[in-house]
Design a protein around this ligand. Structure first.
Ligand SMILES: *[C@@H]1O[C@H](CO)[C@@H](O)[C@H](O)[C@H]1NC(C)=O
Ligand SMILES: *[C@@H]1O[C@H](CO)[C@@H](O)[C@H](O)[C@H]1NC(C)=O
Ligand SMILES: *[C@@H]1O[C@H](CO)[C@@H](O)[C@H](O)[C@H]1NC(C)=O
Ligand SMILES: *[C@@H]1O[C@H](CO)[C@@H](O)[C@H](O)[C@H]1NC(C)=O
Ligand SMILES: *[C@@H]1O[C@H](CO)[C@@H](O)[C@H](O)[C@H]1NC(C)=O
Length: 419
């Protein structure tokens, strides 16, 4: 054995004892009735946070302020066990347009932020993340995030957030529904397949969300005419089949209608049109439902809980004999301002208090919106502040630790009691 080989072996041995490099002995996950379980059959409750990567640059946010490693450390220290990493279909379209070659981050930043600001931001990203260079590509940045998650024991859930890379989700943005201006079904399915195959190299990759917040195409009459559950079924099943064929080990998340407020005919296996009925068993033990809800001037916990139950959370209720698809439901988005000068903070609004109570009562998983303290650019404004951000504008610490602790921190501690 030559010296270099010996050193390599020694290093391999040493690093194999570092907990940080431990990958995921519990994966792949599967469903067992309403629970998500690991390979040893233990409950895994998603207690996660959204890390947006689907806006104009097509890149995970925050790297002009911090390193991938520091950001993942903050996720870890807060007690989260998973990130919902969002991506745009456009990123994959551009890889195909360039005959398989991904766009370098220098181009991504200058296209999204203009030449001058793009290059200033790029320089900050590179100084925070010295392993990157201007020729690093977009998906190499996603790889770096996944690899750091792997190192620190954080799971990765990918989410197709939008088609055209930009802030999501209005009713007139051309990304609303199958066939809308920017929402080509063929490109979408191709991107899901591409990203599933790509991410299958990440030990931390456990699940994928097919599409974020399907909604009314209010400015597109012909497409609006196709807004129904039968069309939902045909497109979602075709996409899920493609993902399942590409990687039968990951969990597949199905979102609903009305900006993912509604999955009501799915748990009960209702006829969605001409005999189409959702059957979770099509994907063995890999299908999961996802719902969203934000503050809609909620006035009581009883009403909020009744709304959530009838929107799809009945899938968790083993005692409900009308439910055909008993399966996990994960709240992949909810959130509220993390800054609040009053006594208790946004965490004590009726909405925040009730959704917290509901998810704890249900022993259900969730991913809060949002980690980002600010965005490279949002709706045309650069360095846009995010009041819902767990992190401060410059991603250096909590926006308000009291508000975090009262709300999301309490939910993390509660979830640790059952898995
Ligand atoms: C998962 O949690 C539920 C509720 O606490 C419990 O009934 C069930 O036994 C748990 N499953 C495992 C494998 O621990
Ligand atoms: C460039 O960045 C500065 C500082 O964030 C900002 O004020 C300015 O509007 C940006 N330029 C463009 C073209 O958005
Ligand atoms: C689909 O992707 C192709 C590149 O392969 C691109 O030219 C086209 O504009 C995309 N379609 C939509 C609706 O974005
Ligand atoms: C954090 O939020 C709490 C609760 O609203 C508030 O009392 C406190 O002043 C806030 N802290 C800062 C630094 O803003
Ligand atoms: C701040 O908290 C109070 C309750 O303590 C609530 O009434 C108000 O809506 C909150 N504001 C925001 C922006 O969350």
């Amino acid at each position: 054995m030559g010296f270099p080989t010996f050193v390599c072996l020694l290093l391999a041995l040493l690093t194999s004892f570092l907990p940080a490099t431990a990958s995921f002995p519990g994966t792949p996950f599967r469903t067992e009735g309403r629970w998500i379980v690991d390979t040893s059959g233990q409950n895994v409750t998603y207690t996660g946070v959204n890390w947006p990567g689907a806006a104009d640059t097509g890149l995970p946010e925050g790297l002009q302020y911090s390193s991938v490693q520091e950001i993942v450390s903050k996720v870890k220290d807060a007690g989260f066990n998973i990130i919902r990493l969002t991506f745009a279909v456009q990123v994959i379209d551009e890889i195909y347009e360039r005959h398989g070659e991904d766009v370098p981050i220098s181009t991504a930043f200058s296209q999204a932020l203009g030449a001058e600001n793009g290059s200033a931001i790029l320089n900050k990203v590179l100084s925070n993340n010295p392993a990157m260079s201007e020729s690093t590509t977009r998906l190499e940045v996603f790889d770096a995030v996944a690899e750091e998650c792997n190192r620190q024991g954080i799971y990765v859930h990918l989410d197709n957030h939008i088609s055209k890379a930009e802030w999501c989700c209005s009713f007139v943005d051309g990304n609303t529904w199958f066939g809308d201006e920017y929402f080509s079904v063929a490109n979408w399915t191709r991107a899901l397949t591409y990203m599933t195959r790509h991410a299958s190299n990440w030990p931390s990759f456990v699940s994928i969300g097919l599409r974020n917040e399907l909604r009314f195409p209010l400015n597109n009459a012909p497409v609006l005419a196709t807004y129904n559950w039968a069309v939902w079924y045909d497109n979602m099943i075709a996409a899920a089949d493609a993902v399942y064929k590409t990687n039968p080990e990951i969990l597949i998340f199905f979102s609903g209608l009305n900006s993912d407020l509604s999955l009501n005919p799915i748990p009960t296996g209702d006829d969605l049109g001409f005999g189409r009925r959702f059957d979770k068993n099509r994907y063995a033990d890999k299908a999961v439902l996802e719902l969203h809800k934000y503050d809609n001037n909620d006035i009581s916990c009883a009403l909020l809980k009744a709304f959530e139950y009838s929107s799809g959370y009945d899938a968790l209720d083993d005692s409900n004999v009308f439910v055909k698809n008993h399966m996990p439901v994960v709240h992949t988005e909810f959130g509220y301002a993390q800054t609040n000068g009053s006594d208790d903070g946004g965490a004590q609004t009726v909405y925040a208090r009730c959704i917290r109570e509901f998810l704890i009562e249900q022993k259900a998983g969730w991913m809060v919106w949002v980690l980002a303290g600010s965005y490279y650019i949002r709706q045309g404004t650069q360095d846009n502040d995010e009041s819902y951000g767990i992190l401060s504008h410059d991603w250096s610490g909590y926006r308000n630790e009291t508000v975090f602790d009262l709300g999301v921190g309490g939910m993390i501690r509660a979830a640790r009691r059952w898995g």
